[in-house]
Design a protein around this ligand. Structure first.
Ligand code: ZN
Length: 176
């Protein structure tokens, strides 16, 4: 049983019960539902995708870099790079000019070419990952900027208000 009001209906002196009535008409309520239900789904999906993309770029970045470094090291070994060059590469993936200078030509040119390719690939992959992260970040922000207000409007249109309602004549009185 809904709580009965201490009040009595001012129209017919019937008893008032606590209930909720829709704030808006049926047409607006339908619009409200078609706004907030799909919007909520899109927002949740976007949040899930955002986490997925962020997680992937965090997990994928260093792994790709590692694979690239390993491939370059194999090429250096193939080019018969001396131990000093390999040691420098292992240490910082950078081979200083004085170390490189100890290597006789044409090996030096070959090693330099391998290193150049490596640096280009590293810079390329880092920039690429950054752009993808930036683009998806902007996408997520755009979805939220549009989606959150639509969601709120939808909820407001579907809102109800608390009232006392007369069981006899249907007269309603705000409960606040
Ligand atoms: Zn009444």
């Amino acid at each position: 049983m809904p709580p009965t009001s201490p009040l009595i209906c001012e129209k017919c002196q019937g008893s008032m019960v606590a209930t909720k009535v829709a704030k808006h008409g049926n047409g607006l309520r339908v619009i409200g539902y078609t706004l907030w239900v799909p919007t909520l789904a899109v927002l949740l999906l976007t949040a899930a995708c955002g986490m997925f993309v962020t997680g992937k770029s965090i997990a994928g970045g260093p792994a790709e870099m590692k694979a690239q470094t390993a491939a370059t090291r194999a090429k250096l070994v193939e080019a018969k790079a001396p131990a000093a060059v390999l040691a420098a590469f292992d240490d910082k993936t950078v081979v200083p000019d004085d170390v490189l200078g100890t290597v006789p030509e044409p090996q030096r040119a070959q090693i330099r070419a391998v290193l150049h390719t490596h640096y280009a690939a590293v810079v390329g992959s880092t920039t690429g990952t950054g752009l993808v992260t930036l683009a998806s970040g902007c996408g997520v922000v755009a979805v939220y900027v549009v989606g959150v207000p639509l969601f709120i409007i939808g909820l407001v249109l579907c809102g109800s208000r608390k009232v006392w309602k007369c069981v006899s004549c249907g007269y309603v009185f705000d409960r606040g």
